[in-house]
Design a protein around this ligand. Structure first.
Ligand SMILES: Nc1ncnc2c1ncn2[C@@H]1O[C@H](COP(=O)(O)OP(=O)(O)OP(=O)(O)O)[C@@H](O)[C@H]1O
Ligand SMILES: [Mg+2]
Length: 360
């Protein structure tokens, strides 16, 4: 059941020369956790604000269920938004902050109390209800902001980078809590972040945006394994996917300098292609022979991350990143050789940025 939909939504801010979001089409299922991700300025917050009824599109249509809400004010949309700056009322207690909107909408006192107690329990805030925001840690404040949204029992949650004020460890902890909470509450949620790891770990589906447009929508797995554009390939995954310039011809096959890659694209003969290979798909070969199909990389930098080791280097006129087996300690300046499976090479047309499908 589709709960929220945007059809061809374009929005230009007053005085701006180009739209901040351009022809956005999205269907969000009931109870789904959808994440919008993309670089700064790509239109994530604008999309969320259009859903919240804080901004109105120049054209297109927004619907909640069967109801067209395109011109409907935010207060009449049954949405609750959590912002990056939680802006709690400093003079009110935790309970008071959560109660505020309930009072405004004339929820009876006994019901208010029940809703606050329930939200506090879910968010582990029961002991803190009488404190003021200044007496709370950053993570606790963030949970109060969530509580304020939850008690309203909205049809849709909208969250704009709610974790960005937290330190790295608390972010990881809290993102798990929010994802679990969303499943418990079963409320359709649109969540904005610029952090691809956050997007990949939290979302049922992820929308990658770039310059006001949607690049691709998919499950985290689909975006990682099957990026449809160069932008998505480079944005999703850390360290970044290897994207190396090469060519394809019927006579020579796929080439990157003197390297022969296992990729077949008849119909693209004579073309420049950008080949994509994930760092973990470069398989270290212990005793390499004189094989033109091996990626040979001169090591320039080794990054030890505890569980993983990444090497960065150059070879075949390109830059490469590879993940090494645990415990590997290659010397700077040494040459490593890697095998590549055919299934792990993808290719893009560098002019259009679109994926080129291999011949089956
Ligand atoms: N009130 C405004 N008036 C004019 N232009 C705006 C306004 N708000 C945002 N913009 C512009 O619209 C574009 C999209 O902005 P938006 O806030 O949606 O980006 P974002 O993806 O949320 O970025 P960030 O990750 O930095 O929060 C940007 O180019 C921005 O400068
Ligand atoms: Mg934003």
């Amino acid at each position: 059941m589709v709960n929220v939909s945007l059809h061809d939504v374009t929005l230009t801010y007053p005085g701006a020369t180009r739209p901040s979001i351009d022809a956005i089409d999205l269907e969000i299922e009931h109870g789904e956790f959808l994440v919008l991700v993309g670089p700064s300025g790509c239109g994530k917050s604008t999309t969320l604000r259009a859903l919240a009824g804080l901004e109105f599109p120049d054209s297109g249509r927004i619907a909640f269920g069967d109801r067209d809400v395109t011109g409907v004010d935010g207060s009449q949309r049954d949405v609750a938004m959590v912002f990056q700056s939680y802006a709690l009322y400093p003079h009110m207690t935790v309970a008071g902050n959560m109660e505020f909107s309930l009072k405004n909408t004339r929820v009876p006192a006994a019901e208010r109390k029940r809703l606050i107690a329930k939200a506090a329990e879910l968010l582990e805030l029961s002991e803190l209800l009488d404190r003021k925001p200044r007496e709370l840690s950053g993570g606790q404040r963030q949970r109060v902001a969530m509580g304020r949204a939850i008690v309203r029992r909205p049809a849709v949650f909208l969250m704009d980078e709610p974790l960005s004020n937290l330190d790295a460890k608390l972010r990881v902890q809290t993102r798990g809590q929010i994802a679990a909470l969303q499943r418990t509450l079963d409320v359709t949620t649109v969540y904005v972040t610029h952090d691809q790891t956050e997007a990949m770990t939290m979302g049922d589906r992820v929308v990658v945006m770039n310059q006001g447009r949607i690049e691709q929508v998919g499950t985290p797995r689909e975006l990682y394994d099957e990026p449809e554009t160069l932008f998505v390939a480079s944005f999703i995954g850390s360290p970044q996917m290897n994207l190396v310039e090469g060519s394809w011809s019927d006579a020579e096959g796929a080439r990157v300098g003197d390297l022969a890659l296992p990729f077949h694209a008849p119909g693209h003969s004579g073309k420049t292609l950008t080949y994509g290979i994930r760092p973990e798909d470069l398989a270290l070969v212990a005793q390499p022979g004189p094989d033109a199909a091996l990626v040979r990389v001169t090591v320039e930098l080794v990054e030890e991350l505890g569980s993983d080791t990444y090497v960065y280097g150059t070879g075949h006129g390109a830059r490469w990143t590879a993940r090494l087996p645990k415990g590997a300690q290659p010397a700077i300046g040494s040459e490593l050789a890697f095998a590549v499976a055919e299934s792990s090479v993808i290719a893009f047309d560098p002019t259009s940025g679109h994926r080129v499908q291999p011949a089956g």
